[in-house]
Design a protein around this ligand. Structure first.
Ligand code: SF4
Length: 328
């Protein structure tokens, strides 16, 4: 069975953008692949943070993932810092990664353009990402098309290490991880201006109650051409229509498109229909999250089991890596 690895930031409860954009796919993929899903807290400490806050965000992310359908009996769900081999391999991979390649990474260039003082962790972040994947010798990494280039450095690092320390083997000790293209949706924030993101405050959390969701949906951006109820609209430019396509059954999506184009209903009616569709999908997840939150031992046990399996694979990888490199 092929192996996949994917990481997610400990950003607290999932919002519907990262649920629809990634986690919904993971829930499907865990039935087909040997799956490692990691809450990447070592990545999260490259920016200023409060330790107690990080603990809470990590726990809330774990609850969200379990409630969304990640099944600890099918996949290994764990927190990155529970498996210290991630940072051990990252250090080793730093020694085969040219500085110039890291300085060319888009995220580093964007940060240096904005901030005068940059921590070394930001520069080396992609090496830790490569270590995350290579530690498990993952064959595939689930990504959307816009993220394929992020994998290239991991592939390059794998080639460099293999060439230097495993040149006699035909296959290479580390596989070059390939993108597993998944039908990810890019969900825009409720302001319709940018991708949904906690840092922009334009999200709906996966576990929010219907009244909170409605408070956010009611003023959400629609097609600006629909100034009055009689104005026809273009559903394809409206974020509410995108959300219908994610949450509503196909016949309702069709009705939304027709009613929008013909001004057959007002945007508020359209949003009420969306709120109902979301409630149909999200209510069971919310209920599961309440049960899981009430049972913190179950969360700890799931993460411990996932970390145990991850450590087994990681330690075996590191044993061979160190042998091949002449380390003790
Ligand atoms: Fe958007 Fe619906 Fe209004 Fe059309 S009717 S603009 S899809 S909210």
């Amino acid at each position: 069975m092929s192996r996949i690895f994917s990481g997610i930031q400990p950003s607290g409860a999932l919002h519907i953008g990262n649920y629809l954009g990634a986690v919904e796919n993971w829930v499907e993929l865990q039935h087909k692949y040997d799956s490692f899903f990691c809450i990447v807290d070592y990545h999260a400490i490259t920016v200023p943070y409060e330790p107690a806050d990080l603990v809470a965000r990590t726990r809330d992310m774990a609850v969200s993932l379990l409630a969304a359908g990640i099944d600890p009996s099918k996949s290994s769900l764990f927190v990155q810092s529970m498996v210290p081999e991630h940072t051990e391999l990252a250090w080793i991979l730093n020694t085969v990664t040219p500085l110039g390649e890291l300085e060319r990474q888009t995220q580093f260039k964007e940060k240096t353009a904005k901030d005068e003082s940059i921590l070394a962790g930001i520069l080396n972040y992609p090496v830790l990402q490569a270590a995350d994947i290579l530690l498990y010798k993952a064959d595939l990494v689930p990504v959307g098309e816009d993220q394929v280039q992020h994998l290239e450095l991991s592939r390059e690092v794998s080639r460099r290490w293999n060439a230097k320390f495993d040149s006699n083997s035909a296959e290479g000790f580390f596989p070059e991880p390939k993108p597993l293209l998944t039908p990810t949706r890019r969900i825009m924030g409720l302001d319709g201006q940018a991708k949904m993101s906690k840092s922009l405050g334009n999200t709906i959390d996966l576990l929010e109650e219907p009244a909170q969701i409605w408070e956010k949906l009611r003023p959400a951006m629609t097609d600006p051409a629909r100034k009055r109820r009689e104005d026809p609209g273009t559903p394809e430019v409206c974020n509410i229509y995108s959300l219908h396509r994610a949450f509503s059954p196909p016949d309702l999506v069709e009705t939304v498109a027709v009613n929008c184009r013909t001004a057959g209903w007002g945007c508020i009616d359209c949003k009420k229909a969306l709120a109902q569709s979301m409630e149909n999908d999200l209510a069971p997840i919310r209920e599961r999250a309440k049960e899981i939150t009430a049972n913190p031992k179950m969360v700890a046990a799931a993460l411990d089991a996932g970390a145990g399996k991850a450590r087994g694979v990681a330690q075996a990888t590191m044993k061979e890596v160190k042998q091949k490199m002449g380390l003790a």
